[in-house]
Design a binder for this molecule. Sequence first.
Ligand code: CA2
Length: 188
Amino acid sequence: MPPCWTLSGGIVLVYSVCEQNEMLRIRVLHGPILNLLGSREQSIYGTMSLDTMDSAILKLAEELAVEVDLRQSNSEGELVGWIQEARTGYDGIIINPAGYTHTSVAIRDAIAAVGLPTVEVHLSNIHQREEFRHRSYIAGVAIGQISGLGPTGYLLALRGLHDHLTASRRQKKTSPPSTSRRAARGTR
Ligand code: CA2
């Protein structure tokens, strides 16, 4: 798939079928112990299982025409690997890093390194809970954080990230390449 334009001998070639018209792809990552959702600590995390939550995410993704890839891991290294891997083929990340939110410089660095727009989600309101949960290593490299809205938080994250990515694609499409703008002004 070509880019949406190329500069060839001072002429901008515009392609109608190009990479920016491709379906958005979002990777959704669930951190440690979230596989037990619905079975324990229901007063904090609710009664919905991870499978049911994933089905709701997939349903919304279909409505938004977004491709989502959902994964859960208890391993910090595996999560870091999946974040790195998302650099090729994905447009954004939604992550509930669970307990790693409050400890993981590695997950933060991985998100910063890939540079993909990332939304941090928490089922519970981490700011109303114990002091150690108030600090997120991820928030500083995320475009936003949703905390305390239960499974709805993931759906809001998907809508928000979809809108963010669609807007930035539209912006890229309408603004000409900076080199041609400079050339048009006759400046360097
Ligand atoms: O509220 C959230 O989504 C959290 O990310 C959940 C983490 C917690 O460490 C964060 O501070 C906030 C814990 C996930 C553990 O999930 C469980 C699921 C079922 C039963 C027990 C724990």
